[in-house]
Design a protein around this ligand. Sequence first.
Ligand SMILES: [Zn+2]
Length: 475
Amino acid sequence: MCSLPNKMRPRKFSEVVGQEMAVKLLHEGLKKNIIGSVCLLNGPAGTGKTTLARLIAQWNCCENIKDKITKSNSENEASPNTINVEENDLCGQCTGCKDLINGSHPDVLELDGASKTSVDDIRQLLEGYIYRPVKAKKRTYIIDEVHMLSRSAISALLKTLEEPKEYAQFVLATTEIEKLPKTLVSRCFKINLESINKNKISEHIKNVSDKQGYYIEDDAVNKIVFSSKGSMRQALSILEQAAIVFENKIKSENLDQMLGLASSDQVENMVQMILDYNLEGIKNTIDKILENGADPLNFISQILTFIRKKKADKKSITIGFMLAQSCVDLNKSPYPAELLDMYILKAALCLKVFPEDSTTQNDCQNNLSSSKNEQNFSENDQPVNSHDFGNSKKTQTKTKDSQAFVNNSNRSEKSEKQSLSQLKDEKHTTNNKAYQIDQESKVVSNNTQNNSQANDTSNTDLRNKALDMFNKENK
Ligand SMILES: [Zn+2]
């Protein structure tokens, strides 16, 4: 059975969804014959590189394209600004087009650079290079993931490109252009592809669902778009899988577990619980969503998406800003699930202690994050030196109060560390990092509960109370 991304692959320039600039550049380049012998398609996975490569090949194979161009050019002389894409598009009906679509055209050769990386693979691909194409105007060589070819394979390719044949067309595709030698890149007609616009993916998912006879809820479309991360191929694959699993009825609530997402209600409630400083609720909800298989990074991204779409107040935006930083840290961490509650509790704590001061909230969040990371993952496992903070460029602009808070919080981390080691001694545990993180998150959680005793009076009072609290802990 043909998979949905392949089945829905555009066979004409007018059918390509998104990538308007790239498609226009390529189509015009082909019409005006300025692409040259090597075209390089660069962009993230699933954004249409293979589709465009096959369209170039089809352009060389389509038997009707020449007539159309001649006709169109003579018409365009009268009105040079009118470009009729349909008129100059591929026919999709001739033997050349059909053979290409079936993958049986003798003048189109493809190589997957990810699995066939050696110089012998390149030599095999180029075996018939000196001969003219059998049927097509040009023989098209498509090399996918070209950056993964070995050095000797790239050298062999470069040597061939130094003496281009007018009947040969190379199409190279890469997700990592910086890994290619400049000597190769400089020979190419480069086309850059971007992640596809979310609205375009959403629209396409709805159209394809209609054509395939799927029932799909609007919120389910949103979840597929969210999980596709700008890749149309990924979006269509998810749609196909969901249609198989849920027998063509795709409901939003059924997708959560499949995609590692929290429900929309859980996301909305989480933001409210951070605003309300509901630590117990935050802990319980996070336990629940992790139990259901939600991905920690996805959860933070879902919160950020929710805030961006639905919330415009200062506090929510501050939460978004603090969690965006956590996303970066979680992405690097080997224990994202164990750290998720800690980062969200921290955001709630920072918002509670400094409800009006966004600079201090961010300092608070950043310093807690960076010093925590040092403790969890650095080799020497030392708390961050407050002297270093004082000398760093970042902290030179800090207010006295926030500087004092940072220094005190560093000292309090020392006491956290001591209590942590006591806990470890008592329980005779081994030096298990996962356990350590678990304990640290409990210590942080206890601290946040202590903070909740502070009365919600004024910003200055809260700061003083926070400072007193940390000073007491150090005695
Ligand atoms: Zn054709």
